[in-house]
Design a protein around this ligand. Sequence first.
Ligand code: FES
Length: 183
Amino acid sequence: MSSSPSKSAANAPDACTACDAAPDAIGADRRAFLRHAAAAAGAALVALGTSPLEAFALPLAFTSPVRRDGETRTYPVPAADGAEIDRDNEVIVVRWQGAVYAFNLACPHQNTALRWLAADRRFQCPKHKSKYQPDGTFIEGRATRGMDRFAVRRDPGGVLVDLSTLHKQDADPQGWAAAAVRL
Ligand code: FES
């Protein structure tokens, strides 16, 4: 004869040992459990070849246009936040926080090719170390403006980038601010 769930639980040895523990002891046990869980998760990521820091990084990938028409290039909308570089056209496509941007690969200070630091989730110039957020906003360094943004608009194939129209934040702040495709 089977027993009811409530009777079975009541008869189970140590079914509610934690109920008898002092509140401080419960809190200590819980904190210890969370520490162990966090350590186990970190160990699992390392085992997969991914450091805990990298797990929160914004990835870098290479891309190429799916369509060319004169001075325009159309890129697929990136599937997730991160940076994609089209080296042939010297364009960086970034998806970040619900928007897509297209940047000139060259640093606005002295035209050095910018680098994406995935772990730091930002751009940095290798020459004079100017730093920029993923949306091109200037953080610090010798540059005097944000990363130069190409004009962009939504296109059936993804995001259309107009290579003939480059918005520089200091000379054209409104155009620069508008140069984004909101998703
Ligand atoms: S060339 Fe990039 S900061 Fe000088």
